[in-house]
Design a protein around this ligand. Structure first.
Ligand code: GUN
Ligand code: ZN
Length: 434
């Protein structure tokens, strides 16, 4: 296997700045990749003498790790920007009918392909993805992800209390999940997540069965929603009057542990956050979705102070953008409204290595450290006239913040997956043909 070398400005934040993690920045850097893995990341003058035989490609732009989207629904791609209502009514009116269409495998294949290409176009190389209740919706996504060699974690949605058109039962939900785990285990860069939609759409028996699945398979994640919207929280409190709080509902069924990822976590008190930290569970912070559904303001500073690992989610289709850059701009505004501030380097951490940690993938992705997989993107600080003007002469901190507030898919010049160019803005025809 040949070594590839890229000379560019390099930036990575492999550890949480809140816990003393430092920013790795090389103004004139060299990134070396062999067999899909990073073998060196550092200053060009230091590294170049060690690799004199390797041809070097010069790249104009800022190389950072590929983004990790910790919570997104691929079947909701075509219902993004659906007008009106908060969560429960929005699900009934817009989302459940759209998801029912995924009983058709050909429909699922078409949406999965568009969705993954859209991730790549936005610089997202890994994601934890909701499918639908249909096992075929997972097969469609995994097949498409395998072709693109992307790191995708997903699972069949468990929902035996869903609408009639979109419902499983405890036994089928369990059997389908087991079959999918067996079918996809160890293939490509894929992973499985046991995925009860949320407490309201599963019976107690199904929540218990989900807990059993997680316990039986040490290599799978658990992925669900928690404490997102006022109407949802009221309905959960009414159905589970004996539970201490919403988190406790999941805890009683063995669903709160180090492999658990909870989207949102807005309406939670300090003891619940402390329990999350104690369990080692992770949070997907989804600011554009939380604004769109009027759900509320996630308290990122408190999650950090409690030591709860946190990543960023677009939560398409309640979320309003596939762009993690835009999502970081909105995360900044949530923090402003909370009276705190989100530093752009910590924001980059959350969107890369922080997300990898939430997905249990820190050893493989997120930091561009030697030995990690070479998923990286090229950010273009001159992507628009306004960006170019704002960036001129600015510090790294200022440029990164400018990209998060003003940037979007236009600022993603290239996306590399496991060392291979998977998308380029300069050649909008897909680089990899599927
Ligand atoms: N809670 C349960 N299902 C969903 C969903 O599809 N989207 C969001 N944002 N929240 C949910
Ligand atoms: Zn969601």
């Amino acid at each position: 296997m040949t070594i590839k070398a890229y000379r560019a400005e390099l930036l990575s934040v492999p550890e949480d700045p809140l816990q003393g993690g430092t920013v790795r920045h090389h103004a004139d850097g060299l990134l070396l990749v062999e067999n899909g893995l990073v073998i060196a990341f550092g200053d060009h003058p230091d590294l170049a003498p060690r690799f004199t035989d390797v041809p070097v490609e010069r790249i104009d732009g800022l190389i950072v790790p590929g983004f990790v989207d910790c919570h997104v629904h691929y079947p909701q791609t075509d219902r993004i920007a659906a007008h009106g209502e908060q969560l429960l009514e929005w699900l009934e009116r817009h989302i459940f009918p759209a998801e029912a269409a995924f009983a058709d495998r050909a429909h699922a294949d078409g949406v999965a392909a568009f969705f993954l290409d859209e991730l790549l176009r936005n610089g997202t190389t890994s994601a934890l993805v909701f499918a639908t209740v249909h096992a075929g919706s997972v097969d469609a996504l995994f097949e498409a992800a395998l072709k693109r060699n992307m790191r995708i974690v997903s699972g069949k949605v468990l929902m035996d209390r869903g609408p009639e058109t979109l419902r499983d039962d405890v036994a089928d939900g369990r059997a389908d999940s087991e079959a999918l785990i067996a079918r996809w285990r160890g293939r490509g860069r894929l992973g499985y997540a046991v995925t009860p939609r949320f407490a309201l759409t599963s019976s107690d028996a199904q929540l218990a069965s989900a807990g059993d699945l997680v316990a039986a398979h040490p290599d799978v994640l658990m992925h669900t929603h928690l404490a997102e919207n006022a109407g949802e929280c009221a309905a959960v409190a009414e159905r589970f009057p004996d539970a201490r709080d919403y988190l406790d509902v999941y805890d009683r069924f063995g669903l709160v542990g180090p492999r658990s990822v909870f989207a949102h976590c807005i309406h939670m008190d300090d003891p619940a956050m402390a329990r999350m930290a104690e369990a080692g569970a992770g949070i997907a912070f989804c600011p554009t979705s939380n604004f769109f559904l009027g759900s509320g303001l996630f308290d990122l500073a408190r999650a950090g102070a409690c030591g709860v690992k946190t990543g960023i989610g677009t939560d398409i289709g309640a979320g309003t953008s596939f762009s993690i850059l835009s999502t970081l701009g909105e995360a900044y505004k949530v923090c402003q409204l909370r009276g705190t501030s989100l530093d752009p380097f910590r924001a980059l951490y959350l969107a890369t290595a922080g997300g990898a940690k939430v997905l249990g993938l820190s050893d493989r992705i997120g930091g561009l450290q030697p030995g990690q997989e070479a998923d990286f993107i090229v950010l273009d600080g001159k992507a628009t006239p306004l960006l170019a003007r704002r960036m001129a002469g600015a510090s790294l901190h200022d440029r990164l913040f400018g990209l998060q507030v003003l940037g979007d898919d236009r600022a993603i010049a290239r996306t590399y997956v496991a060392g291979e160019l998977a998308w380029s803005r300069d050649a909008p025809i897909p680089i990899l043909r599927f």
